[in-house]
Design a protein around this ligand. Structure first.
Ligand SMILES: [Zn+2]
Ligand SMILES: [Zn+2]
Length: 357
């Protein structure tokens, strides 16, 4: 099939629309892209010189939804189905996968990193791990109205904080703190609230904090206006006032900035849990011994196992995690301008690029 995509040639150089032939091999499908979300990881590849695992030129984009339009041998049952393509697709057949650690599968496929990604009309991916999307037109009266384009963002910005929350063991009545409530953190807030946690949002942007007021945030804190000590005290006072225990708080670093990582680490207290969800290539200075002194845990989180995706779709279609207010759709042809706008912090929400088929 003749397809086209926007190809990154060199870091920082405008991506070029390029045509090529693709066909689905054994166990693979060709997905006609409905939408592809733009993630900060794409910007790290494009602007910061973070190397993609596949050499350039390469099409970026790993938050993809669409429809299977060609299925290779063994993948026929996927034909014509609407799907979300997970950002991390483990092979399912290696030691890591068998141990339930598909996130570190050495043979994992990460679209827009290991192979051409979703900033195009179509992309070719393995069928194993695809998340089927239920019939969106027939979800019943009480279901949230969400279109397939919007659901693309599940493939990372929603599913990644979901896995981080699962791993943290977050339970009803716990205190969850999200440092950085842009794309990923904003969805994390809603997921934690849906699981019954009391949620604190920490961000330097008042607009971002305000946008989440009616989406599960019980307390908003500004680390740029409070000294680190006052921030910790604010958190402790709030926990006390809410009747939440003063220990075992779950802190989620979702800013992917040096300042955010330092703030998140500073909020760790007795028995605390720190989940590192955001990414920055820059080092951060912390007192690692706090982990020992507080008997605390710090853990990273890479993507989300495909087996968790259906539960995330259910949270969204059930109206417990709102996506539409946090999404801006733009035509795929605006990709270069969009990357610049996101880099320059001109876009408040997550951008979904929609190809002009
Ligand atoms: Zn991403
Ligand atoms: Zn594997």
């Amino acid at each position: 099939m003749r397809i086209s995509s926007w190809v990154m040639q060199q870091p920082g150089q405008p991506m070029l629309k390029t045509a090529r032939d693709e066909s689905a091999g054994a166990g693979e499908v060709l997905v006609r892209v409905a939408g592809c979300g733009v993630c900060h990881t794409d910007l790290s590849f494009f602007y910061d010189g973070v190397p993609t695992r596949h050499s350039l030129p390469l099409t970026l984009g790993h938050e993809v939804s669409g429809t299977v339009v060609e299925a290779g041998p063994g993948a026929e049952t996927w034909m014509n189905r609407d799907v979300i393509v997970p950002a991390v697709m483990p092979c399912g057949q290696c030691d890591a996968c068998w141990a339930g650690r598909g996130s570190i599968c050495p043979k994992q496929v990460f679209p827009g990193n290991d192979l051409d990604g979703g900033f195009g009309t179509h992309l070719r991916v393995p069928a194993a791990g695809l998340c089927p999307v239920p019939d969106l037109a027939n979800q019943g009266r009480n279901a949230a109205k969400v279109d397939l384009e919007t659901l693309s963002v599940i493939a990372d910005a929603v599913s990644t904080p979901y896995q981080a929350v699962l791993r943290s063991g977050l339970a009803k009545g716990d205190l969850a703190v999200f440092v950085g409530v842009g794309g990923v953190g904003g969805f994390g807030v809603q997921i934690a609230a849906a699981m019954g946690a009391t949620v604190v949002a920490v961000d330097v942007s008042q607009d971002r904090l305000d946008s989440l007021k009616t989406f599960g945030v019980s307390l908003a804190l500004r680390p740029d206006q409070l000294e680190a000590k006052a921030l910790r005290q604010g958190l402790r006072d709030f926990a006390k006032q809410q009747g939440v225990p003063s220990f075992r708080h779950k802190i989620f670093e979702t800013s992917g900035t040096v300042a955010g990582q330092a703030t998140a680490f500073s909020l760790l207290g007795p028995g605390g849990y720190l989940s590192v969800v955001g990414f920055t290539p820059k080092p951060v200075e912390i007192r690692l011994s706090n982990l020992m002194a507080f008997d605390a845990i710090a853990e990273g989180n890479w993507g989300c196992l495909p087996e968790h995706y259906p539960a995330v779709v259910e949270l969204v279609l059930g109206g417990r995690v709102a996506m539409a207010p946090f999404i801006e759709k733009r035509p795929l042809s605006a990709i270069n301008q969009t990357f610049e706008d996101i880099r320059d912090h001109k876009v408040p929400g997550r951008v979904v690029l929609v190809p002009e088929h």
